[in-house]
Design a binder for this molecule. Structure first.
Ligand code: HEC
Ligand code: HEC
Ligand code: HEC
Ligand code: HEC
Ligand code: HEC
Ligand code: HEC
Ligand code: HEC
Ligand code: HEC
Ligand code: HEC
Ligand code: HEC
Length: 333
């Protein structure tokens, strides 16, 4: 994590999220009313106008009664929140999310005197997290995504301090099971004869660097693209991250790659057709564009291509560089 929201951006986000924040109750709501974002290198300002350092007790005090939670918490990335010495108390430790704890402690653990998430909507819970996490590009479109819109909150996927939180990135479950637990219809696509090897990860019991994950192609935190597809470097299709050889630029581009993208010919998850193609025969795919009734701008297949002969049926035996070529206009090499 390199940057949290700077003050200006923070104010903007506070304005944008203003409507949602109206719903928050009690002293905790005040914590959002001022823009105070932990920013590495900067000392975060108090989040509430009523901020009083003496209302906070620090995580060590919470530990005395909530030791198990504290111990789990200690294993998460959030434990850093206890260590930023120069941050105001309301950005630190347990109280960064649960609000001031003194009254709760003085009352011997009075449940009514501490912020819990029990009665909060999914959006309210997410706002708690976005207070600090809306700054990074990875998350700053969360409110534009389908998960936000459909009341999937941060804690549907992340466990702030459950025993499973020892997992990488505090995930409730590892990928792909995390995603499949809600998107069960997608699972079948990754069991088709030809597929990206996403489900194979589960047998290893671990998400390893370099194997496929749903989040290689999708940003679970939202984004501008349809289907929350990720953009790889340079704004190209997510596919380029791993298939850079298809990227070009080529001297002789095959127009649909540039104009319509990979999914005009390929099915991204899985398919009954080799090479994840949309059609079971390559030539059927080609002829859909390269025939009389085909795509505007796509030349007809020349008449010497006798479709009755096996020789011409397998288009890519001759047009081998079908994604584009630097040497040949017809993609022969
Ligand atoms: C990053 C935000 C965050 C931090 C930091 C945090 N919590 Fe929580 N806590 C939550 C959320 C969110 C829930 C509700 C979880 C749910 O409903 O699944 C919760 C639930 C709880 C609960 C009630 C449910 C349970 O799991 O028993 C207790 C008690 C609790 N937290 C204590 C603590 C203590 C103690 C600390 C510090 C050691 C702490 N929390 C740090 C966000 C946080
Ligand atoms: C003196 C002991 C004590 C200390 C210290 C303490 N708590 Fe608690 N806490 C309790 C008790 C007791 C409960 C109620 C448990 C129950 O009824 O299920 C509780 C409940 C909670 C709950 C859950 C409320 C709910 O509705 O389930 C949260 C959240 C919580 N504490 C957070 C904290 C945080 C954060 C701190 C440190 C700022 C803290 N507690 C310090 C004793 C303590
Ligand atoms: C007070 C600010 C603050 C709040 C509120 C907050 N976080 Fe964080 N979060 C942090 C910091 C700081 C880190 C550690 C960054 C680093 O590793 O450099 C972090 C790290 C994380 C990570 C990455 C952990 C890892 O292992 O890489 C996740 C996931 C996360 N937070 C989720 C949440 C969720 C979910 C919530 C709401 C329940 C939340 N955060 C609320 C400040 C916050
Ligand atoms: C639909 C599931 C899902 C939801 C909802 C979700 N996350 Fe995540 N998040 C993930 C997954 C999966 C990863 C790990 C991605 C990876 O392995 O690179 C992740 C990674 C992270 C990280 C660490 C990655 C980094 O940038 O270093 C943070 C921080 C984080 N999420 C915060 C949040 C916050 C805050 C919210 C709510 C606003 C949220 N997440 C909502 C699934 C989710
Ligand atoms: C708690 C349930 C839940 C979890 C967990 C979850 N999702 Fe979702 N997701 C939804 C819902 C609900 C929608 C919106 C309705 C829909 O499109 O199915 C959605 C929408 C999406 C969309 C957008 C679909 C569209 O039509 O625009 C993508 C992509 C997506 N999720 C990917 C993921 C990935 C990747 C993960 C795992 C990191 C994940 N989801 C985990 C519930 C979940
Ligand atoms: C190789 C990249 C890639 C991987 C890996 C991937 N997706 Fe997708 N997914 C896409 C693309 C591209 C689309 C958009 C397809 C389209 O528009 O025709 C999509 C569409 C979706 C949709 C919307 C489906 C619909 O019918 O509208 C959901 C939901 C989804 N993916 C979830 C997942 C889940 C869950 C995983 C992991 C189990 C996953 N994806 C893995 C690339 C991928
Ligand atoms: C995270 C890396 C990664 C991303 C992102 C990715 N792929 Fe792949 N792709 C692979 C790997 C690895 C293989 C070959 C190994 C295998 O069988 O899974 C592959 C295989 C393929 C194949 C050939 C399948 C076969 O049967 O030979 C096609 C076609 C393909 N990918 C298209 C795409 C498209 C289209 C996208 C974007 C929607 C995409 N890939 C995104 C890693 C990736
Ligand atoms: C005009 C249709 C079309 C488009 C668009 C297209 N492909 Fe292909 N692709 C094919 C065909 C046809 C094959 C099978 C070639 C063969 O028969 O060997 C293929 C094969 C592949 C293969 C497996 C064989 C190899 O060359 O590695 C990968 C990987 C692949 N495509 C990735 C991509 C990616 C990534 C994109 C987007 C940048 C893309 N394709 C766009 C038609 C297309
Ligand atoms: C989605 C539609 C589409 C598909 C599918 C498609 N093409 Fe194309 N193809 C085009 C368009 C459009 C052009 C660009 C014509 C231009 O720029 O003059 C083109 C150009 C070509 C050219 C170069 C023609 C020239 O005169 O420069 C060849 C050869 C070709 N395609 C072969 C194929 C083959 C073989 C397949 C099947 C593997 C295929 N195409 C699939 C749309 C398509
Ligand atoms: C045996 C090799 C071979 C096979 C197989 C083959 N082609 Fe060709 N293709 C050629 C040659 C040779 C040309 C003409 C190059 C020239 O005009 O100099 C050509 C040209 C084309 C052109 C460009 C026409 C234009 O006017 O610019 C298209 C489109 C095309 N082929 C589509 C296909 C399709 C679709 C298939 C599969 C059904 C296919 N080809 C199979 C050899 C082949």
């Amino acid at each position: 994590m390199t940057s949290f929201t700077g003050p200006l951006k923070a104010i903007k986000m506070t304005l944008i999220s203003g409507l949602v924040l109206v719903g928050l109750v009690g002293a905790f709501s005040l914590s959002f009313s001022k823009s105070a974002k932990p920013d590495k290198g900067k000392t975060p300002q108090a989040t509430s106008a009523n901020y009083k350092a003496e209302d906070y007790v620090g995580a060590d005090t919470c530990k005395t009664c909530h030791e198990e939670i504290y111990n789990n918490f200690q294993k998460t990335g959030h434990f850093k929140l206890t260590r930023y010495g120069n941050w105001t108390a309301d950005n630190k430790g347990c109280e960064a999310c649960h609000g001031p704890g003194k009254a709760h402690v003085d009352g011997g653990g009075d449940k009514t005197k501490i912020h819990t998430f029990e009665d909060q909507s999914a959006k309210q819970i997410s706002e708690t997290c976005l207070r600090c996490h809306a700054g990074k590009e990875e998350h700053n479109n969360f409110r534009r995504g389908e998960h936000w819109r459909n009341d999937v909150s941060c804690i549907n996927c992340h466990a702030p301090h459950s025993p499973t939180a020892t997992d990488l990135k505090m995930l409730v479950q590892k990928e792909p099971m995390l995603c499949i637990s809600c998107h069960s219809e997608i699972k079948a696509q990754f069991n088709m004869p030809f597929r990206h090897k996403v489900m194979e990860n589960t047998t290893k019991g671990n998400v390893l660097e370099g194997t496929m994950k749903c989040t290689d192609c999708h940003n679970p935190h939202g984004g501008f693209e349809q289907k929350q597809v990720r953009l790889a470097t340079g704004g190209d299709a997510p596919c380029m991250k791993c298939h850079a050889d298809k990227q070009g630029p080529f001297v002789f581009e095959h127009a649909p790659l540039r104009e319509e993208g990979c999914t005009i010919c390929h099915i991204p998850h899985g398919s009954n057709n080799p090479k994840l193609l949309k059609r079971n025969e390559v030539r059927i795919l080609c002829l859909e564009c390269h025939s009389n009734a085909g795509t505007v701008g796509a030349p007809d297949t020349p008449s010497f291509h006798n479709q009755a002969t096996a020789r011409f049926q397998n288009c890519t035996t001759c047009h081998v560089k079908i994604h584009g070529s630097n040497l040949d206009r017809f993609y022969f090499r």
